[in-house]
Design a protein around this ligand. Structure first.
Ligand code: ZN
Ligand code: ZN
Length: 365
């Protein structure tokens, strides 16, 4: 069928909206009419070749929409179901079998390399357009996905607000709620409060952390962090960030979250902790980036260091949990999301990169 998709042809060129053909779903796949798709840092990282994807490419991995057609072997979804699209996983490896699909043995093959039986679902003149990014390639009016990376949601809810639950929001909130699991009144510092870090701040508020300290370079983001629950904010340009965190917390924070992947920030996120503190690192910096942490701080402090993918989300239970927080007014997605038409994708990415908006979401024509 005829669809329109935002296509990246090189790192330097802007996305162009082009007509493509979408293949029919196979017996174990689903076709989704995409209503909206969030823009996540990983899309830009892929376009800039920090992640190895070929061109031309159709990115987009925070899609949400309505199921239009299901393959003959699909029993869990029917046409008309509203779904949030998220990352794919194999379903059979040790991690998948233990409800940790973000650590699937095939995570990179399925999500970054976009492996799909039968090749890319989008074609132009019979030739593939990219692969199957995050088992969806959802910067498109329609997408092919599988029941493993679709989560059914209530049809009364606004899909353009739920779209970023599939990556950015579940990553930030899951890091706090699934990985760090802080007790009430413990101190947490969040380094970088874009959409992902802001989701960590929101989760920290939900569990009653205090203090909640946000660190960022963008003044507007720090102000926003205050409104979402940060008790203290620190300009990341100051030379003594970890000392300021120690001054606020007494002996250091119990937990820190790094959303930046910058080596110097990782060092601050480690040295700001009290004994037995835990650092969660959830960014995907350029391959080969090395982190440097003083040994007496890490070992002598009994600190733990935890890498996190997609907030450790077990998607079929955690995304419904996030929807419940949204419905309860504890996850104000309407204040996080700014919508753009698909045709404004390049502006939406520029506004995301500059920090003008927290979470840009493309709405399909
Ligand atoms: Zn797996
Ligand atoms: Zn993402």
């Amino acid at each position: 069928m005829k669809v329109f998709a935002a296509i990246a042809r090189s790192s330097d060129e802007p996305f162009s909206i082009e007509e493509c053909a979408l293949v029919r779903p196979s017996s174990h796949e689903v076709r989704v009419k995409v209503h909206a798709c969030g823009i996540c840092h990983t899309d830009s990282a892929a376009k800039l070749q920090h992640l190895p994807v070929p061109f031309p490419q159709t990115l987009g991995h925070e899609g949400a929409g309505v199921v239009e057609e299901v393959g003959s072997g699909v029993t869990s979804l029917v046409p008309g179901d509203h779904v949030v699209m998220t990352f794919g996983s194999c379903g059979t490896c040790e991690s998948c079998a233990s409800a940790k699909p973000a650590y699937c043995d095939d995570f990179l093959a399925i999500n970054i390399a976009g492996r799909r039986e039968g090749g890319a679902p989008l074609r132009q003149h019979g030739k593939p357009v990219g692969q199957h990014f995050f088992a969806q390639s959802a910067f498109s009016t329609h997408a092919i996905a599988t029941p493993r990376n679709l989560v059914k949601v209530d049809a009364s809810l606004p899909l353009e607000l739920l779209a970023p639950l599939g990556c950015g929001i579940q990553t930030g909130m899951g890091t706090v709620l699934n990985v760090l699991r802080p007790a009430a009144r413990t101190g947490i510092a969040v380094f970088g409060v874009g959409a992902v870090g802001m989701a960590s701040v929101i989760a920290a508020k939900i569990v009653g952390c205090n203090p909640i300290i946000a660190v960022d370079l963008v003044y507007e983001r720090l102000e926003a962090a205050r409104s979402f629950g940060a008790t203290h904010v620190i300009d990341g340009r100051s030379s003594d960030v970890s000392l300021q965190i120690r001054a606020i917390t007494g002996k250091g924070a119990h937990f820190s979250v790094d959303t930046t992947g910058h080596p110097s920030v990782i060092t601050e996120a480690t040295t700001c902790l009290r004994k037995l503190g835990v650092v969660a690192q959830l960014a995907a910096p350029a391959r080969g980036t090395q982190y440097c942490v003083p040994s007496h701080v890490l070992g002598g402090g009994g600190l733990s260091w935890r890498g996190v993918v997609e907030g450790d989300s077990d998607i079929q239970t955690f995304i419904p949990d996030l929807v419940r927080y949204y419905r309860a007014g504890q996850l104000p997605l309407d204040r996080i999301v700014t919508t753009y038409p698909l045709s404004s994708i390049n502006q939406a990415i520029a506004d995301s990169d500059s920090g003008k908006v927290l979470k840009a979401v493309l709405v399909m024509p």
